[in-house]
Design a protein around this ligand. Structure first.
Ligand code: CAA
Length: 261
């Protein structure tokens, strides 16, 4: 990965074919400054290209997944500074990760932190997780997907309330609203996320990649185009050895061994 990152820690093979990236600015509740976000972008790009990785978990620590973009870094910026820095271009790059990314959350998941969790493909939360978009309290609004991804995930009523009041919701409320996949006791949230990643990592990585791509397509296309896209990916998988292995293993009543070919 070249230079050692300062604000993230990368753990390889926390389970077979699973990598874990830990956000590591604990004193600042993992506030997402520009350097942390570029390190995260570079790490995801490298792991996405690494054949020994099939699924990725991103966590913070027990107290905070991330309390948002770094307010101190933004406080004195002008609109033109913000335009030139264009901090969200790193987010566009992160969105291009083709392998599944699971957020393992605990504590504060606020502002850009909530937006980062929503940029992941799934969220496993500890019971102590609090999700929120508190930007309105700072005289700004969400800028990294909070008005769009949150609304699509939980619907207008709750999204509007969260974005306009800044109220935090509990993990239980987030689960009920469809924002997250699972809530577990705080001692277990990271392991649960790794287990989920490991379960996916046993599947054909080619099928996983194309399936993820097709699910995401549902968010920015018509049904007709989405179905067409899905069908192309489905047909494409019949070019893989993994498809032959998966079907042959079923017929022979044995577990498949997927090679990503
Ligand atoms: N940016 C910079 N520093 C932050 C931060 C942030 N988003 N969140 C917390 N910190 C810092 C605090 O300033 C504090 O630093 P000092 O010790 O140097 O004072 C340290 O982390 C610990 O935080 P607190 O003392 O505030 O901890 P607490 O337990 O009393 O409160 C909290 C926790 C309620 C999460 C509170 O820290 C808070 O409200 N944080 C800001 C949350 C927020 O507004 N996030 C949105 C940011 S804007 C954004 O994200 C835009 C976007 O769409 C991308």
């Amino acid at each position: 990965l070249g230079m050692q990152p300062q604000f993230i820690i990368i753990h390889q093979q926390v389970a077979p074919y699973v990598a874990h990236i830990q956000l590591n600015r604990p004193k600042e509740l993992n506030a997402l400054n520009l350097q942390l976000m570029s390190e995260l972008r570079d790490a995801l790009k490298a792991l996405d290209a690494d054949d020994t990785v099939r699924a990725i978990v991103i966590s913070g620590n027990e107290k905070a997944f991330a309390a948002g973009a770094d307010i101190k870094q933004m406080a004195d910026k002008t609109a033109i500074d913000m335009l030139n820095i264009d901090q969200f271009s790193t987010w566009d790059a992160i969105k291009k990760t083709r392998k599944p990314v699971i957020a393992a959350t605990s504590g504060f998941v606020l502002g850009g932190g909530c937006e980062l969790a929503m940029l992941c493909d799934m969220i496993v939360a500890s019971e102590t997780t609090r999700f929120g978009q508190p930007e309105i309290k700072l005289g700004i609004m969400p800028g990294a997907g909070g008005t769009q991804r949150l609304t699509r995930a939980v619907g207008k009523a709750l999204a509007m309330e969260m974005v306009l009041t800044g109220r935090m919701i509990s993990a239980a409320e987030a689960l009920q609203a469809g924002l997250i996949n699972k809530v577990v006791p705080v001692e277990l949230y990271l392991q649960e996320a790794v287990n989920l990643a490991a379960e996916i990592a046993e599947k054909s990585p080619i099928a996983v990649k194309l399936a993820k791509e097709a699910v995401l397509k549902a968010f920015d296309t018509t049904l007709e185009e989405g179905l067409h896209f899905e069908r192309k990916n489905f047909y494409l998988l019949f070019a893989s050895q993994d498809q032959q292995e998966g079907m042959q293993a079923f017929i022979e009543k044995r577990p498949p061994v997927f090679k990503g070919k």
